[in-house]
Every structure is written in structure tokens, then in C-alpha cells.
Design a protein around this ligand. Structure first.
Ligand code: PEP
Length: 251
């Protein structure tokens, strides 16, 4: 059975007061038990407080990035050991904003993935095509290259710590969502890629999330598609009610 996951990527939003208030809002209204794993990804400096605030609640706290080196002269960066030291065991890697603004390539991402997995972190790995690539019908090739270059060297056991997140760049923060059919088509393509390149078991077990302007009013239809196992949510994860409505749409 694949895990159902709804993850909130807070990006560079929320100071410590806002972060605590948002978590409080989520905790006070979240369903007592849920089949869906809830993940939140606050900014680095708020991670430790978030881990403490969510202890024993079932909510998973993730980092939005980490450096590929284990330590060293990389001013301003955060290492895997720093995350593990505060009990952050999940990291988002490959977000399109990291690729676009911070020059993260598939090969850098392969290194980041290796470092994260070496230390038993779970990786939420983002990938997706830009608008021009979809318009020129290159989206399947682009996605295949992103996955091949960053992930297809992994062993079968590594894959149990990988969650995939398909995020078409043209749908992130734009209000424009992929149609449920477009999401399903790409998720099915990715699952077939996994089947052919990694194996049937991994293809059947790997959760593939959709991200890109998911809101309470479109989540149910997208999540209803057979190869969509949840969502990575940006803007709509910044309000507890909106985020929880999306979690409920997964149930
Ligand atoms: C994201 O940044 O991962 C994302 C999906 O953002 P939004 O939901 O705001 O499009």
C-alpha cells in the first residue's frame, strides 16, 4: 500500500511567532486519526521549535533543502547532521525554486539525495517541466531526464525513503493547476518509468505527490486520480483551515 501524504512547503514565509501560530491552528483542528501523513516544512530557523511543538502528534517536520556535503566551508548552508541533530528526518529536494534561483542541477541533486539517504532521511524529491517544455511536448522527456540523472542510480532499498512530487513549474504559485487528467497522465508515466528502470515493487510502493496551485476546491478531484498519492502544497499550506481542508480531501 502506498502512503498518502499531504505536505506543506512554507517556503520563506512565517517568522517564529507565525510559525507557532500556524502549527497551533493545524494541531487544534486536525483530525484525531488520519490515514494521510501530514508533513510541514517551515524555514530552517523555525524547524527545532516545530519539532518540539509537534512531538507525539503524528505531524512530520521536513526541511526545505540541505547541502550535499556532510560538513565544511560552505557559509550559510545547512547540513544533514544539523537536521538530524534536531530530529528532522525528512527533506524536500529539487524544488523548482531551488533549481531556478539557486542553480541546483540534476547532478547536484543526485549528490544531495545520496547524502540524505546515507543518513536515513526521507527525501521528498520534486521534479517537473517548465511551460515552454510542455508547450513543445517535451515534458515527458524533461521529467525522465530529471529522474534518471538524480535518482536512477539508487538501489531498491534506497527507494523506500523516496517520495516523488511532480510539480509542473507553470503551475507553482500561479493559480494555474494541471488538470486532474494531466496530473494522472504524468504520474502514470512516472510509475511506468519506475517499473521499467527500478522494478515492479518500487513502482507499486512509491508515493507520487502532485504540487502546483492545489487548493481546497480542486484537491479532491486531483487526489481522486489513481496514481496521485497526495499533494505538495505551497500557498494553501499557510492557513491552517485551507491546509486541513486539503488533508481532508485526501481521505
Ligand atoms: C510548491 O511550492 O511546492 C507549490 C506547489 O506551491 P503552490 O501550491 O503555491 O503552487
Amino acid at each position: 500500500m502506498r502512503k498518502k501524504i499531504v505536505a506543506g512547503n512554507w517556503k520563506m514565509n512565517n517568522d517564529i511567532v507565525q510559525s507557532k501560530a500556524l502549527i497551533e491552528g493545524i494541531l487544534s483542528k486536525k483530525p484525531e486519526t488520519t490515514a494521510t501523513k501530514i508533513v510541514i516544512a517551515p524555514g530552517f530557523v523555525n524547524l527545532q521549535a516545530a519539532v518540539e511543538q509537534t512531538r507525539d502528534t503524528g505531524i512530520i517536520v521536513a526541511a526545505q533543502n540541505m547541502h550535499q556535503a556532510e560538513s565544511g566551508a560552505f557559509t550559510g548552508e545547512v547540513s544533514v547532521g544539523m537536521l538530524k541533530g534536531i530530529n528532522v528526518n525528512t527533506v524536500i529536494l529539487g524544488h523548482s525554486e531551488r533549481r531556478q534561483y539557486f542553480g541546483e542541477t540534476n547532478s547536484i541533486l543526485a549528490e544531495k539525495v545520496n547524502t540524505a539517504l546515507k543518513h536515513n532521511l526521507t527525501v521528498i524529491f520534486c521534479f517537473g517541466e517548465e511551460l515552454a517544455e510542455r508547450q513543445s511536448a517535451k515534458h515527458f522527456d524533461v521529467v525522465e531526464t530529471q529522474l534518471r540523472e538524480a535518482l536512477f542510480h539508487l538501489s531498491e532499498s534506497d527507494w523506500s525513503n523516496i517520495v516523488l512530487a511532480y510539480e509542473p513549474v507553470w503551475a507553482i504559485g500561479t493559480g494555474e493547476t494541471a488538470t486532474p487528467e494531466q496530473a494522472q497522465e504524468m504520474h502514470a508515466f512516472v510509475r511506468a518509468l519506475l517499473r521499467n528502470n527500478v522494478g515492479e515493487t518500487i513502482a507499486g510502493q512509491t508515493s507520487i505527490l502532485y504540487g502546483g496551485s492545489v487548493k481546497a476546491d480542486n484537491a479532491r478531484e486531483i487526489f481522486g486520480k489513481p496514481d496521485v498519492d497526495g499533494g505538495l502544497i505551497g500557498g494553501a499550506s499557510l492557513k491552517a483551515d485551507d491546509f486541513l481542508a486539503i488533508v481532508n480531501a485526501m481521505e
